[in-house]
Design a protein. Structure first.
Length: 615
């Protein structure tokens, strides 16, 4: 029976099913390539049953045809080819002996059984439990003798290998954290010790006096029980000034990182307490505000002399630290002439708190300066960095459409310059309005929130889940901006009808969904023809089409431009939350909250500084 006959047969003329991911495809379906790569090669014998989204060898989006394996037929392979396939089939075992799972990769033998990875791990745990049962009496006798020796201390060790600085540099550093616990389970003291090789100061022998290591037979991993020394530690060593030899590990400098985050990472990598590092940068007694610094909630301000000390301790140049860390710029240094350290909590104004850095691209535990950003996608497209609610990351791997939206955002910026980023900022504000009012793609957004694991905290995931629709709307906004320069009497209603058709939501044309778009249209009036020296096809000319509420960004990239729609996500959208002291809420920039760029403000802030929500 041919494929045409199958397609025309009554009852079997079902439209092919389309899948977004391979994990949605039934096990009984396979592509033509998968059938050809089987141990016994086969080829499709029936019609196409479905399609799955994929990419070709040029990384372009395509659809892969799927066929039912039951309708396939053997290929016209030669006898030698079939014999080789039979040899491959009989030489490998893919069925687990314990659970019967049919695995894709060949299985390894363990004590006469072929086990899948999960059964292999279960068998390992079972063998280990049998070994512990056999040593139970021996370990009980050892513990009885040890517990009768007096007070105990538990030592745990974390090993960190320093990066070699050259071909001949083989420096290795061991960080050792010790907690001394009495037999009454009350913590007596906590110290941080460091062992290094001969290239730096070794661990003094005085610290090891009176410590007796009891190693059980068979061991317990890296946990050892010790009796503490009888003589107290030397107080002079605790107050010893910090030197460059105490910081052998240089952490990478991250562009845009907060000063507190860089200091915390440097201290943690070298097993040094953060207050001790801050005392090395301060002259005199360290202020109480700097004693409890957390990089996610506090920022540290240094003076010029403190910056010089930091450069000497870390082996970095001052210019390198100034360029990378915004808090160390010349205009942000503390004006005191002597070395001083000041710590302050981050303001809770939207856009002020820092953002947690993406652990895939940068380093886990680092924090980036907010600089007006409440949220933004990471450059890798797999994380969203958010500064609200103490800072959190959104893993967007389950939603590939967010990565594609980031690629479309970059393409729009490349095509029209920073004006494209400004339109995405405007469109993002509009889609957040729709999310708050449960309009347009509300069900789609809820499904994305569930896939991201934010079913109980949907408000946190909203900036990310509306991103694809925001980029689509920004492209339509760009078409409207270009059309209104060519046709002076362009009808906004016609454009709203086109937007409603694109999103398949009639209310965008004449319903409540059109309210934020009408506000955007009022703030973007026709500007007439452009001067001859600034044609529309140039990015400079394209920027001239934007109203004065848009300010040119200082950096390039997604979400760098401020939106002209100044409502704040999380506050009421249809009323004024706070009156501007300069214009009384009459200026377009202050219709919802006071803006730092109010035209009537006699001392306006930097036009490029964002302190509200509009990113």
């Amino acid at each position: 029976m041919t494929e045409q006959q199958l397609t025309q047969e009554p009852g079997r003329g079902v439209e092919p099913v389309r899948y977004a991911r391979w994990n949605q495809v039934p096990w009984s379906w396979a592509s033509r390539t998968q059938m050809a790569r089987a141990d016994l090669p086969r080829e499709p014998g029936g019609p196409v049953r479905g399609y799955v989204a994929g990419r070709d060898f040029r990384e372009r989006e395509t659809e892969v045809a799927l066929y039912d394996v039951a309708e396939s037929r053997p290929t016209r392979a030669s006898g030698g080819q079939l014999a080789a396939a039979e040899a491959r089939r009989t030489a490998t075992v893919r069925v687990c002996t314990d659970c019967g799972a049919n695995c894709q990769l060949p299985l390894q033998e363990r004590q006469g059984r072929y086990l899948c990875p999960m059964c292999w791990r279960i068998a390992t745990v079972v063998d280990y439990q049998i070994e512990l049962r056999e040593r139970r009496a021996e370990n009980a006798a050892w513990a009885r003798d040890l517990l009768g020796a007096g007070p105990l201390a538990i030592i745990w060790v974390d090993l960190l290998e320093a990066e070699p600085s050259g071909p001949q540099d083989c420096t290795r550093s061991v960080q050792h954290g010790q907690g001394c616990v009495h037999d009454s389970l009350k913590q007596l003291r906590r110290t941080v010790l460091q062992f290094t090789d001969g290239r730096s100061h070794p661990f003094p022998a005085s610290e090891c006096s009176g410590l007796h290591v009891h190693r059980p037979q068979g061991g317990y991993g890296n946990v050892r029980l010790m009796t503490p020394r009888t003589t107290p530690a030397d107080p002079a060593r605790k107050n010893k000034p910090l030197t460059a030899a105490d910081l052998p590990i240089r952490v990478p400098v991250i562009h845009g990182e907060t000063t507190a985050s860089y200091l915390a990472r440097t201290a943690a990598a070298n097993a040094v307490e953060l207050p001790r590092l801050l005392r090395a940068l301060h002259k005199g007694r360290l202020p109480a505000s700097a004693a409890q610094v957390h990089p996610g909630t506090h920022e540290v301000t240094l003076t010029a002399e403190s910056l010089a000390r930091l450069a000497d301790l870390t082996g970095r140049q001052e210019d390198q630290l100034r360029r990378a860390l915004p808090g160390l710029a010349l205009e942000r240094l503390h004006p005191l002439p002597a070395a001083a350290v000041r710590a302050r909590p981050w303001p809770q104004t939207p856009g002020e708190p820092p953002l947690p850095a993406c652990p895939l691209c940068l380093e886990d535990g680092a924090w980036l300066a907010g600089a007006g950003h409440r949220w933004r996608p990471c450059a890798c497209g797999r994380r969203w960095e958010c500064g609200d609610d103490g800072g959190y990351l959104i893993d967007t791997t389950p939603l590939p459409e967010l990565s594609r939206a980031l690629a479309d955002h970059r393409a729009l910026n490349h095509r029209v310059g920073p004006a494209g980023d400004a339109l995405v900022a405007d469109a993002h504000q509009v889609t957040l309005w729709w999310w708050v009012n449960r309009q347009v793609a509300h069900e789609t957004w809820r499904e994305r929130e569930d896939k991201l694991g934010f079913g109980r905290h949907r408000r946190r995931a909203a900036p990310a889940v509306v991103y694809p629709e925001a980029v689509r709307l920004a492209q339509l906004m760009n078409a409207w901006e270009s059309a209104r320069t060519a046709v002076s009497n362009a009808d906004p209603g016609t454009w709203l009808t086109a937007v409603a058709k694109e999103f398949d939501v009639p209310g965008i044309a004449d319903g409540r969904e059109a309210q934020p778009l009408w506000t955007w249209i009022e703030l973007h009036p026709p500007l007439g023809e452009l001067p001859a020296e600034k044609p529309l096809k140039t990015t400079e000319g394209r920027w001239e089409l934007l109203p004065a509420l848009h300010h040119r960004p200082e950096d390039r990239g997604p979400f760098q431009t401020r939106s002209c729609l100044r409502w704040v996500y999380g506050l009421p959208l249809t009323s004024t939350t706070e009156l501007c002291p300069h214009c009384g809420g009459r200026e377009p920039s202050c219709l919802w909250v006071p803006a730092d760029d109010c035209p009537q403000n006699p001392f306006p802030a930097s036009r490029n500084t964002q302190t509200d929500s509009a990113r």
